[in-house]
Ligand binder design. Structure first.
Ligand code: SAM
Length: 246
């Protein structure tokens, strides 16, 4: 997977590429990253990448030409994404489908965004990381890159843990505990120390379903639960009710 990133703040992405799984996947050559400074595609002495909005009013807009010229400099841009609060909202299944691309190019907006003609003629999709506005596309792009990269084989040591993550199969992940067994009057569930893998698996499934029911009941409408799942969830709900009355 090769990521091309068009930005006026290349240093933000460079720092990001030096840490965690992105750094690891670059070192292992699972991914490649080409960070492009839009200012290198300007022709005036001030390296101007933005201009005033037509029609008047406050705010600046990233110009069309540096974006088009920088895209033309890329041998194979692949799927071209403009990060935008107006785009399709990012989901785990979107990350999964993006992870199947060979090359992805991200255009990071700033100020009021980019000239509309970039959207009309140069991109494949606008993607949003949520219904709120941040100051630039760089952080949104880093969210997507991290989300895709961890799905690529060979990046995360325990691939099974990726498959059990929240949203991978439509529900949330189960709770996790680490040592010590007991702290501040709180004990870990006995079963997790039992060594009985089958029972641990059942506990995890039950508590993943339970966490989804408690925190994101909307998700349960879109997953097909087995008879066993229904039974586990009923048990979980009963246990919650009993605990409420204690
Ligand atoms: N005027 C734009 C609007 O209201 O739609 C917002 C511009 S925003 C201040 C500047 C840039 O940040 C955008 O061009 C986009 O690249 C990025 N951005 C802001 N919020 C985002 C979001 N939720 N998802 C993805 N990118 C976002």
């Amino acid at each position: 997977m090769k990521y091309n990133i068009l930005t006026i703040f290349p240093n933000l992405i460079e720092e990001f590429s030096k840490t965690g799984i992105v750094h690891k996947s670059l070192t292992k050559k699972i991914v490649d990253m080409n960070i492009i400074n839009l200012r290198n595609f300007t022709s005036d002495p001030n390296r101007t990448i933005d201009d005033k909005v037509y029609g008047g009013g406050p705010g600046m807009v990233l110009k069309y030409e540096p974006i088009k010229d920088s895209l033309n400099s890329i041998e194979d841009p692949g799927y071209i994404i403009y990060l935008s609060p107006q785009g399709n909202v990012l989901t785990q299944s979107k990350l999964k489908s993006l992870s199947l691309n060979k090359n992805i190019t991200f255009i990071c907006g700033r100020y009021e965004g980019v000239d509309q003609r970039v959207l009309d003629s140069l991109i494949d999709e606008e993607i949003s990381i949520g219904d709120y506005v941040i100051s630039g596309g760089e952080n949104a792009c880093m969210v997507i890159i991290e989300g895709i990269t961890r799905l690529l084989k060979g990046v995360v040591d325990d691939y099974q843990s990726i498959l059990e993550d929240s949203f991978q199969n439509g529900i949330l992940d189960h709770p996790h505990y680490t040592r010590p067994d007991s702290i501040d009057g709180m004990d870990i569930p006995d079963v997790l120390n039992s060594g009985d893998h089958k029972m641990i698996e059942i506990w995890r499934r039950k508590h993943a379903l339970g966490a989804t029911w408690l925190k994101r009941p909307d998700l349960l409408k879109n997953v097909k639960l087995s008879e066993e799942d229904d039974k586990l969830l009923k048990e979980y709900i009963e246990e919650c009710k009993k605990n409420e009355h204690k």
